[in-house]
Design a protein around this ligand. Structure first.
Ligand code: F6R
Length: 242
């Protein structure tokens, strides 16, 4: 694992955007794995800035998002589809047909999950997967006690995660209890992984992910086994690593 500590969230976001931009410059038809949540918002803003300066072109880029709430329509303002449009897709020249997000309103979950895996495979696999991390160590929506061999599947969200994500919803009752998420195996198949974490509230989780033992109790610990992981954290998130 390569650990990069940046001064603050702004610097972390710039660094992550630069890594994604260079990936696109080196391979214009890159397959990007993308994440939602608060952490990557700054990265997307920086990436849009680089695009607006004319330095990168998304016309050949293909994207796969990690997850989507089960039961939410793509037009729902809390859906990850909506989020991705708001922060990234509507600002860049990506082709709509190159955007992939699990369909939260599917009538056949198993088929949707199998099809998602097929689409990733048909695209040639994910070149670089962007990840945030939950305080309970989840990546995607792979909650503690996940099976490391899982592919894209329907997950039931932890109480912790529902609580953390309720900040985006009118009330905690409105947070969906399930999501369709890439599995740990899907994530581990990515050629490169870029994990971001910001703030002191993530410091314990980051410490355990890097220094702790590999266990399904902290799903992100599995990343210790991946050959090409870059972790970008700010000083607050790195506080326990000193
Ligand atoms: C988002 C996702 C989640 C988040 C994690 C951290 O697509 O899969 O694993 O990355 O919950 O969220 P934030 O960044 O809001 O702390």
């Amino acid at each position: 694992m390569r650990i990069i500590v940046e001064k603050d969230y702004k610097e972390l976001s710039k660094k992550a955007a630069n890594i994604l931009a260079s990936q696109i410059i080196l391979k214009p038809d890159s397959v990007l794995g993308l994440a939602t949540g608060s952490t990557p918002i700054g990265t997307y803003e920086e990436l849009v800035g680089i695009y607006k300066k004319g330095n990168i072109n998304f016309s050949e880029v293909v994207t796969f998002n990690l997850d989507e709430y089960y039961g939410l329509d793509s037009s729902n303002q809390q859906s990850y589809y909506y989020f991705m449009n708001k922060y990234l897709f509507r600002h860049i020249n990506i082709k709509t047909e190159n955007i992939h997000i699990p369909n939260g309103r599917t009538k056949d979950v198993d088929l949707e999950c199998r099809d998602y895996e097929e689409r990733i495979k048909a695209a040639g696999g994910i070149d670089i997967q962007l990840l945030g991390i939950g305080r309970n160590g989840h990546i995607g929506f792979n909650e503690p006690d996940v099976k490391f061999e899982a592919l894209t599947h329907l997950v039931t969200l932890d109480e912790d995660t529902i609580k953390a994500n309720s900040r985006f919803f009118p009330s905690i009752e409105d947070v969906p209890k399930q999501a369709i998420s890439m599995g740990i195996k899907t994530i581990m198949r990515s050629k490169k992984i870029l994990l971001l974490a910001s703030g002191r509230q993530k410091s314990q989780t980051i410490y355990e992910m890097i220094k702790g033992k590999i266990t399904p109790k902290l799903p992100a610990s599995v990343l210790q086994l991946h050959p090409d992981v870059t972790v970008i954290i700010d000083e607050e998130a790195a506080i326990l690593l000193k």
